[in-house]
Ligand binder design. Structure first.
Ligand code: SAM
Length: 304
């Protein structure tokens, strides 16, 4: 356990997709005056260097945020077409952490959320991270924000900690469940957590990220989440985003492992604005990040 470090993956296609969904969801939830809690059960380190050792070793941001930035250029266009509003919004959030033309930092979900939260209406951000180094880095990064009591960081199991927080006093929350799925039991824990959380707090907005990989548990998770939402008569939205496999480079072994090429987001009680926002944004994102065989996107919704 604990070999996973998000720093190797920060800013990759899965982060771009997940954080695009996160920004679009938060935008809607923050349009109401009442305080919102954002609970990030698996927070990571919060901020990542795109020019540091981890990102340099993996090169994953090259197929993600850096490719998007290059394609979009200074005019915020793709092939002469203006960016879809949700994509432009997400990109601007990330841009704000960097100097123009100098991409060094990628914000993780805690920093993307915190930037959008409102201090005047007492929104709160509750962060959980178990990895010893990443939780220390997260605490240090959050301290720099001087956000006071708006943000709390705990080195605790996010699945467990969530139980004590629901329902939040404001009765409004977005819960992001984004484990590393390093251990197979994470898939079952995600489902059990959603079931328990929906009993405690039926009207919360829940967003689960998962990898699309050839593993039965990964394949079954969205189906099980959909069944749960349908049984409870809750609206849901499921989106997947796949960049596909690039053609093997000269000298690369045939059949070399492609790494993660696709991921999914499953939301219970999603904002009604999310589906149209993604329908406009994901095809544009795919146009830029798509690499070939297997590329595609899916958006489906249902429930009450
Ligand atoms: N949400 C982050 C973002 O979007 O920037 C990325 C999170 S990363 C995919 C998953 C994180 O969960 C890792 O940093 C890992 O150390 C941490 N983790 C694993 N099991 C955990 C648990 N039970 N509770 C809290 N954190 C955990």
């Amino acid at each position: 356990m604990f070999s996973y470090r998000h720093g190797f993956h920060a800013g990759n296609h899965a982060d771009v997709f997940k954080h695009l969904v996160l920004v679009a969801t938060l935008r809607h939830l923050l349009a109401k005056d009442a305080p919102l809690w954002v609970i990030d059960t698996h927070s990571g380190a919060g901020l990542y260097r795109l020019d540091g050792d981890y990102a340099g070793t993996s090169g994953e941001a090259q197929d993600g945020i850096l490719k998007l930035v290059d394609a979009v250029g200074a005019h915020n266009e793709i092939d002469g077409k203006a960016l879809a509003p949700a994509l432009a919004d997400y990109l601007q959030q990330v841009r704000d952490f960097n100097r123009p033309g100098d991409w060094r930092v990628y914000p993780g979900s805690p920093f993307i959320a915190q930037k959008l939260l409102r201090s005047e209406v007492r929104d709160k951000l509750k962060l959980f991270e178990l990895h010893p180094s990443d939780s220390k880095a997260l605490a240090g990064n959050v301290a720099q924000l001087n956000a006071g009591r708006q943000v709390s960081v705990a080195r605790e199991d996010g699945f467990e900690a969530l139980r004590a927080l629901l329902p939040p006093p404001s009765r409004r929350a977005l819960v992001l469940v984004d484990p590393s799925y390093e251990i197979k039991s994470d898939y079952g824990k995600v489902l059990a957590t959603l079931r328990d959380s929906l009993q405690r707090f039926a009207t919360g907005c829940y967003a689960v990220w998962y990898p699309v990989i050839p593993r039965p548990e990964a394949h079954e998770l969205p189906r099980k989440l959909r069944t749960l939402a349908n049984q409870l008569h809750k609206p849901w939205l499921h989106a997947t985003f796949s960049i596909g496999q690039r053609a093997a480079a000269a000298g690369e072994a045939a059949g070399a492992r492609p790494g993660l090429t696709a991921s999914g987001m499953f939301l219970v009680n999603p904002p009604h604005t999310l589906k149209p926002a993604l329908e406009a944004a994901l095809p544009q994102l795919l146009q830029v990040l798509g690499r070939g065989r297997g590329q595609g996107q899916l958006i489906e919704a249902g429930g009450a």
